[in-house]
Design a protein around this ligand. Structure first.
Ligand SMILES: *Cc1c(COP(=O)(O)O)cnc(C)c1O
Length: 372
């Protein structure tokens, strides 16, 4: 058996190398390194893939979150509700706009934001009267879409906007509708190890609202008007370059096939670990993109060390809930976030990528069951 990789970009790279070389050469030949035809080409292809009407490619997942908030004029005095168990970029984006992050607990069953606690946090902010509740950010942890039906209903009741942080979930779906088309606006990342990853940084934003997408196009180009002559709002350099788009277009050709391979690997893991190991589960018609495959274990350090000895690499996403980090502690809810704190001590991610063989997955499963 070949050594098991946690992620495996090399197998995909070998498979696509000739096509990627050809597409890179085309960019070098036409010379439009910024704003070349590959940018619009990628945006169009991603609209087709997700079913969203509008797509805007941007420089990173973090930029997609920041631009998503800037496009709704989120700023000082605004409250943005985010789960306490996610990557730090979700909270950083809120604070960069000047708004205040309000942490919400997650559900152990999905690792995603808890709609019940969200509703209580919105009511608490309203009762306090200091901040204006503006936006909910649903994070699709490990690839599983958050409960956008519930989040959209809560948002309608309270006059809020819902943004999906889909950095880990491109390719996921809810009752046949794809991530990118599940709520008002969606932000995703093309960091190399995400489900659709480039060879560098990148991201994209989705919406059905043409006016909103036009604001994003302006913001990503320094806040200029269509002629790029006049600054009509505050903006930044949030563009994705032509080379990165060319590479992503090559990878998009095999993306559906890769997602199916991730689903097969996840089904194998789930079948063999069911009843033996706790883990977040797909529910209510939602399907994960399986950016990561995560289980909950006690004595995590010793389990991870024993797996490493058996040739099974693992990783921890995340060992600290956000409200426990130095930078975000000032925003910690006074009673903490019990589920986030439970998860931070137990989550362990197993190898997950489209190029795992059945032998390799069986070895991971047997090793894990042997060391528990
Ligand atoms: C990766 C990630 C981001 C940030 O994306 P970058 O492209 O690295 O800026 C944001 N949120 C979540 C949940 C992520 O996993």
């Amino acid at each position: 058996m070949t050594p098991i990789q946690f992620f495996d970009l090399k197998s995909q790279g070998r498979r696509l190398r000739a096509d990627i070389d050809r597409r890179i050469a085309a960019v070098l030949d036409h010379g439009a390194y910024i704003g070349g035809p590959e940018v619009g080409g990628l945006e169009q292809a991603l609209c087709q893939f997700t079913g969203a009407k509008e797509c805007v490619a941007v420089a990173s997942g973090t930029d997609s979150l920041i631009i998503g908030m800037m496009g709704e004029d989120i700023g000082v005095g605004d409250a943005v509700f985010i789960p306490g168990f996610t990557y730090n970029a979700t909270a950083n984006a809120v604070l960069i706009t000047g708004a205040t992050p309000i942490f919400v607990d997650v559900e152990r069953e999905t690792c995603n934001i808890d709609p019940g606690h969200l509703e209580r946090q919105i009511k608490a902010v309203k009762a306090q009267g200091k901040l204006r509740p503006r936006m909910i950010v649903g994070v699709d942890l490990y690839g599983l879409p958050a409960d956008y039906e519930a989040l959209n209903a809560i948002a309608r009741n309270h006059g809020l906007i819902v943004m999906a942080d889909a950095a880990q979930s491109l390719g996921g779906e809810d009752k046949g509708r794809k991530v990118g088309a599940l709520t008002d606006l969606t932000a995703t990342s093309f960091y190399p190890t995400k489900t659709l990853g480039g060879y560098g940084d990148g991201g994209a934003m989705f919406t059905d609202d043409a006016a909103r997408a036009n604001r994003w196009r302006s913001i990503r180009w320094h806040g200029t008007d269509d002629a790029r002559k006049e600054s009509v709002r505050v903006g930044l350099n949030g563009r994705l370059d032509s080379l990165q788009c060319a590479i992503l277009l090559a990878k998009l050709e095999i993306f559906a096939e890769e997602l199916a391979a991730r689903r097969r690997a996840a089904a194998f893991y789930t079948r063999r670990l069911e009843g033996r190991v706790a883990m977040p589960r797909e529910q209510g018609g939602k399907h994960s993109a399986f950016g990561l495959f995560t289980v909950y274990v006690e004595n995590r350090d010793s389990v991870a060390a024993a797996l490493k000895d058996k040739g099974v690499p693992t990783a921890i996403y995340y060992n600290k809930a956000l409200h426990r980090h130095l930078a975000f502690a000032p925003f910690a809810p006074k009673d903490g976030l019990p589920q986030c704190e439970w998860l931070q001590d137990r989550v362990l991610s197993l190898p997950m990528h489209p190029y795992l063989t059945e032998d390799q997955i069986a070895h991971v499963v047997e090793s894990l069951l042997a060391v528990l």
